[in-house]
Design a protein around this ligand. Structure first.
Ligand code: ATR
Length: 276
């Protein structure tokens, strides 16, 4: 009997808009791997049952997206260190009836910056992170792992930023929402983790003319690719990295674990997503 093709899935609700099937499908096709990666929408009541069902069916694992990242974390038997610190999982691997959880968002964030600005280093100065939701947690963990000396954190609802500061320790300093511009002083990395700028709407209350010329600006929003923040940054001569690459890079560890080969994030992959 020939070995069955490896299977993986992405679970979420809704799932129709997920780009993950396109990007894993691109890798499977271009690398000649006889596997499948499929989107599955699960109801609120059926997440855990669904995960068990995939294990029974012999799936190698799954990506998990909103709103199930915390439940994916909770159902796992073992976790990577970064998943433990982020407190949520986006990548599950099934082995011998056990579930291993990873969170590859911090990895995706860092690899995107390193790919597009090869001389970028988190170590060269403080980071300024805007937003204090789930994406912010992953990016804070990434920045700390990459050696950022300080993370300045601003959120519209200050209490949420304070909660993250209490949790992640003395490297985090909470900044008032109205103090974003002075907080740019000396910053190596500016990151928007809020949904501001999605669909081109809304702008952060920040004047990028005050930033050092070496500041690298990035956004987790990638619709549009050139968000109002990135547009404003390039207008004053700052280097920018769009958010699509974070999505592409975060998919790499899961693909490796399930399909056994390391995929590349290149222009062909970007174009596959952009034209889909
Ligand atoms: P995610 O898990 O994707 O990060 P989230 O937990 O809903 O999503 O967090 C969304 C982030 O965007 C929060 O930091 C939110 O600020 P609040 O905590 O004050 O809600 C921020 N955000 C969303 N819309 C915003 C807006 N119009 N102005 C300022 N911040 C906004």
């Amino acid at each position: 009997m020939s070995e069955a093709p490896p299977l993986a899935a992405v679970l979420g609700a809704p799932i129709g808009h997920s780009k993950s099937p396109i990007l894993h499908g691109h890798w499977l096709r271009t690398m000649g791997i006889r596997g499948h990666y499929i989107p599955i929408e699960l109801g609120d009541q059926t997440f855990e049952e669904g995960i068990r069902g995939l294990q029974t069916l012999g799936f190698r694992g799954a990506n998990v997206t909103l709103p199930f990242k915390e439940r994916a974390f909770a159902i796992a038997d073992t976790h990577t260190d970064r998943a433990l610190r982020i407190g949520a999982a986006n990548t599950l691997t099934f082995t011998d009836g056990r579930i291993h959880a990873d969170n590859t968002d911090s990895y995706g964030f860092l690899n995107n910056l390193q790919q597009h600005v090869p001389d970028w280093s988190a170590e060269t100065g403080p980071a300024l992170v805007v937003g204090a939701g789930g994406a912010s947690r992953a990016i804070i963990v990434g920045l700390i792992d990459a050696g950022a000396p300080e993370v300045r954190l601003a959120n519209r609802t200050r209490a949420r930023a304070q909660q993250l500061a209490d949790e992640f320790g003395p490297k985090i300093s909470v900044i008032d929402w109205s103090d974003l511009t002075p907080a740019l002083d000396g910053v190596a990395t500016l990151v928007n983790t809020t949904s501001i700028g999605m669909g081109g709407a809304g702008e952060l209350p920040i004047d990028l003319a005050a930033a050092d010329k070496t500041t690298v600006v990035t956004d987790i929003v990638y619709t549009p690719l050139n968000t109002p923040l990135l547009h404003a940054a390039s207008t004053v001569g700052l280097r920018t990295v769009d958010g699509l690459g974070m999505l592409l890079h975060q998919a790499v560890p899961g693909f490796e674990a399930w399909f056994g080969q390391t995929p590349v994030v290149d222009e062909a992959l970007r174009q596959a997503i952009l034209t889909a």
